[in-house]
Design a binder for this molecule. Structure first.
Ligand SMILES: C[S@@+](CC[C@H](N)C(=O)[O-])C[C@H]1O[C@@H](n2cnc3c(N)ncnc32)[C@H](O)[C@@H]1O
Length: 305
């Protein structure tokens, strides 16, 4: 008997059946989530107010508690995992008319009025460079370029600009000054999106709302996945947020809560944990808030100690 073949076939059968179960499970979890959305009062209220999702109320309640946003103060806000865009709408509304909001999401999505966006993965170093460039003096160029007044498509220009900047710096052996920590507020509601199962014919966009993340229902998985994204958001905060700046990130609670809280305490003077009443009672989501970013934070000390 060939043991390796028999072992391989048993393992692959197990793997296959797990995959099938997970696909079935995911699609029923997704339809349960969509059903719940249809009857939820916050969802209905969001629709009436023209907000892109009920998540808007959570950020409003966080802001009511700690005053992240200031009207007319030229605040620069980075919204991580912004699609479909409800948090960006709140940020725009509460910082306007001089606030500058940039949404970043791995999903393609047309940003709401007044909001700028790029489609990118926050785990990539290049995304940090694009964000920095966007918030630097170069942004003025794009306004003059008469792109769409609300949300010009500028990602390709930003990417070209970054390339040029790097080439020039390499050529002149210098570093053009781009503000390294230009942002006042970073908010992150990131969670893994549903896998795309249909709509592949549409190669420009798809419905970010329908793919908007929600939990898998497996607490350990939800927790560890959101821990990774909170860490990624925290790295962005260390790299891009001004000293004194504020930070919010969503976490599905679990055994590593304390670890994240301690990391946050190394970066911010004031760290709070808050569950807005707009969150569903049964949901394991909570929000960590970091206020007054410290000066001279060392990334390695935050994550290694
Ligand atoms: C719950 S939704 C955000 C909802 C949004 N705050 C709103 O108010 O409409 C989470 C988003 O995080 C995005 N996301 C997940 N991982 C990401 C990553 N590595 N980089 C950028 N975006 C990410 C997902 O694509 C998804 O759109």
């Amino acid at each position: 008997m060939n043991y390796s073949t028999s072992l391989f076939s048993t393992t692959s059968k197990l793997w296959l059946s797990k995959c099938i179960q997970s696909v079935r499970w995911n699609s029923s979890a997704k339809s349960r989530w969509l059903d719940r959305q249809r009857v939820d009062s916050f969802t209905r209220e969001a629709k009436i107010l023209g907000l892109r999702s009920r998540a808007a109320f959570k950020l409003q309640q966080i802001d009511d508690k700690v005053q992240l946003f200031r009207k007319n103060a030229n605040q620069k806000v980075l919204d991580l995992g912004y699609a479909p865009g409800a948090w960006s709408q709140v940020a725009f509304d509460r910082t306007g008319p001089n606030g500058v909001i940039l949404g970043v999401d791995i999903l393609p999505c047309l940003p709401p009025r007044g909001v700028n966006s790029i489609q990118a993965n926050i785990l990539a170093k290049k995304t940090h460079e694009l964000i920095r460039l966007f918030f630097s003096r170069h942004f003025q160029l794009y306004q003059e370029d008469q792109l769409h007044k609300d949300h010009g498509y500028f990602q390709h220009m930003l990417e070209e600009e970054l390339l040029l900047l790097k080439e020039n710096n390499a050529l002149n052996n210098s570093k053009t000054s781009v503000d390294s920590t230009p942002i006042d507020v970073i908010i992150s509601d990131m969670y893994e999106p549903w896998p795309q199962t249909d709509g592949f014919w549409n190669n420009f966009t798809n419905s970010a709302y329908d793919r908007m993340a929600n939990t898998s229902g497996i607490a350990v998985k939800d927790h560890s996945m959101s821990m990774d994204l909170c860490d990624a958001a925290l790295v962005a905060a260390i790299d891009l947020l001004k000293p004194g700046g504020s930070f919010v990130c969503k976490l599905y609670t679990g055994e590593e809560d304390k670890l994240l809280e301690n990391r946050l305490k190394r970066v911010f003077k004031d760290v709070q944990r808050f569950k807005p009443s707009a969150c569903r009672n049964e949901s394991k989501e909570i929000y960590f808030i970091g206020l007054k970013k410290k000066k001279g934070v060392n990334k390695f000390e935050v994550f290694l100690s």
